[in-house]
Design a protein around this ligand. Sequence first.
Ligand code: 3IX
Length: 228
Amino acid sequence: MVSRRFAVGRRCSMDTFPPFSRLRWSPVRRRRGCVPAHDPLRRPAGRVEPQLDYLAMTSNWTVPGEAVSPVRHPEAPAPGESIPAHWHGCFGCRGTGDGGLGLDVRAGEGAEVTGEIVVDPAFEGGPGVIHGGVLSSVFDEVMGFSAKLLALEVVTAHLEVDFRSPVPVRSALTVRARVDGVLGRKLYASAEVYVNGAAAPAGSARALFITIDQAVHFRDLVGNSTRI
Ligand SMILES: CCCCC/C=C\C/C=C\C/C=C\C/C=C\CCCC(=O)SCCNC(=O)CCNC(=O)[C@H](O)C(C)(C)COP(=O)(O)OP(=O)(O)OC[C@H]1O[C@@H](n2cnc3c(N)ncnc32)[C@H](O)[C@@H]1OP(=O)(O)O
């Protein structure tokens, strides 16, 4: 059945042919002249397009000058050692067989960690590529683990991600993350992701973590857990 949203455009056989019928704004549709009634890609006449380059899209999130260098805890896992899960119920810490990300995070030098993950096909977003929200979770988790090298309990207050190139499902990702600076309860962290050993990152992230007392922070929330 032809979608009513395409009623004013030329009717197209792809309207009934999966999977194209689900890709409403695909370049294939546009080439074939399937023009929807309301085309969000059509630019109003006379409008001046902003000249954004890639860097202009990146925020100016910076580590404050007053922040101090992170101090690694003397009992932190040695470089190369696996860092244990912070909570067995955590989606980021669990294996893929248990509905988790299947991340392996290892300590590096100083306040740096390295996370390894093979992108499970279940994490697909666009056709053949990882869902951006899943990649954001990977960044969040691996950066969070860098706080473990300081033996600090943290939650994420702010997370931002730049997606530079598509990340295919089944690819092997290496995420390098570190705490860049500490200011009171605030930990500033950053990370990059590399696909199949590529030299250039496919994405990067920055986050602000806030130290908490887990016992207090989760006291009234833990009852919601199904994994106690
Ligand atoms: C997935 C859960 C993981 C839980 C882990 C817990 C412990 C784990 C132990 C070790 C860690 C190891 C591994 C961690 C691995 C993965 C990490 C994943 C973490 C997550 O995925 S966790 C889920 C999402 N996360 C939340 O569920 C947080 C909800 N949120 C809150 O619970 C509160 O919001 C809180 C506690 C953050 C702050 O609340 P609060 O009352 O304690 O403190 P307050 O508001 O005063 O903020 C203090 C100073 O931070 C500044 N500040 C705050 N927020 C800011 C922002 N967004 N931007 C810029 N500055 C900000 C203020 O401006 C002030 O700055 P100043 O001191 O200069 O005034």
